[in-house]
Design a protein around this ligand. Structure first.
Ligand code: RRO
Length: 317
């Protein structure tokens, strides 16, 4: 039998494997970034960065349970210069693409970050995080929920930006939001979307202590892991029907097995990101998922991801 090919392309950007880390998962410190660099992931996504260093929210701010995780990290990061500096390592160019995740706390800060990142040749793409659920006091003016502001923001962004640029989206629960956001994104030279970020404002309870499990924001936090997979798939599938065909989709949410990756691609993803499971298992997760995906595709007689990407069938009576 011929070899199964799990290479992919994100709007023309080639990746040796369709599996990469999700921003936020083991991608903040120098050690974590080097571990990703030498792992079998197809790309590195850095922790969302701001202009200045942030220590983030108070502890405990991350908690795992059997079918998922809750976090309210609060955007802890070493500032954009740290991640840009990492990107100048010579090994990177030979090894794999680097996606710089950006999450400015204001429009002005986002423009500053985008302009600065454009000066660094080893940054392959920007992932603009418009969906951080945990910045206390910032929930109301999130750009992604205001169509007019989003349009104006993107108009200005593409005046500065020459790099492949994608947007990390929150989960949407109404079809009309997905349709309207797609109509806006389709007007700009966006390379990709990543969906979904964690589902905001969940709460997990320790029944014995009769308490929340994380400290910030009265215990509210973003939910990730297996439990969110149906919402990730639904967002991927719906965006796939409304977005321009050259805008790639990176699926994120609930992947713990090769079969989960298959499901994301079947719904329309060109690549996938691993968050909660990477934190649980470490970078060896990429090898395991790689093997599981190939073995599942062999069973199905698929030789490449293009054979089944976006081909989810629906049931007619
Ligand atoms: O740092 C965080 O609290 C965080 C971010 Br920026 C994000 O985009 N998603 C998330 O679940 N946590």
């Amino acid at each position: 039998m011929k070899n199964v090919d799990i290479t992919t392309s994100i709007n023309g950007l080639k990746l040796k494997s369709c599996i990469m880390n999700a921003s936020g998962a083991l991608c903040s410190t120098k050690d974590e970034l080097y571990n990703l660099l030498y792992s079998s992931s197809g790309a590195i996504v850095t922790k969302s960065c701001t202009k200045n260093i942030r220590i983030g929210n108070s502890l405990p701010r991350y908690y795992e349970f059997d079918i998922g995780s809750i976090n309210s990290m609060g955007l802890p990061n070493f500032g954009i210069d740290f991640y840009l500096n990492f990107s100048t390592n010579k090994e990177i160019k030979k090894n794999k693409p680097i996606f710089l995740s950006i999450s400015g706390l204001s429009l002005k800060e986002n423009f500053f970050l985008i302009k600065k990142a454009n000066l660094y040749s080893n940054i392959s793409a920007l992932e603009l995080n418009l969906s951080c659920p945990n910045i206390i006091g910032k929930e109301e003016d999130e750009l992604i929920y205001n169509y007019e502001s989003l349009y104006k923001f993107l108009e200005k962004t593409f005046k500065y930006n020459k790099k492949p640029l994608g947007i990390k989206l929150p989960p949407f629960f109404r079809k009309k939001d997905i349709k309207n956001i797609s109509l806006i994104l389709n007007k700009f030279p966006i390379s990709f979307i990543t969906c979904i970020n964690s589902i905001p404002n969940g709460i997990c309870v320790d029944s014995y202590k009769e308490s929340t499990v994380i400290q910030p924001n009265n215990g509210l936090g973003g939910i990730g892991g297996t439990i969110i997979k149906p919402f990730a798939l639904s967002n991927i599938w719906q965006f796939n029907t409304f977005l321009r065909k050259d805008i790639s989709i990176i699926g994120c949410g609930g992947i713990i097995s090769g079969k989960d990756i298959f499901d994301h691609i079947l719904c329309g993803a060109s690549a996938v990101q691993i968050g909660t499971q990477l934190i649980k298992e470490g970078v060896s997760v990429f090898n395991r998922l790689h093997k599981e995906l190939i073995s599942f595709l062999k069973k199905k007689n698929y030789l490449s991801i293009d054979n089944f990407k976006g081909k989810l069938k629906t049931i007619y009576n």
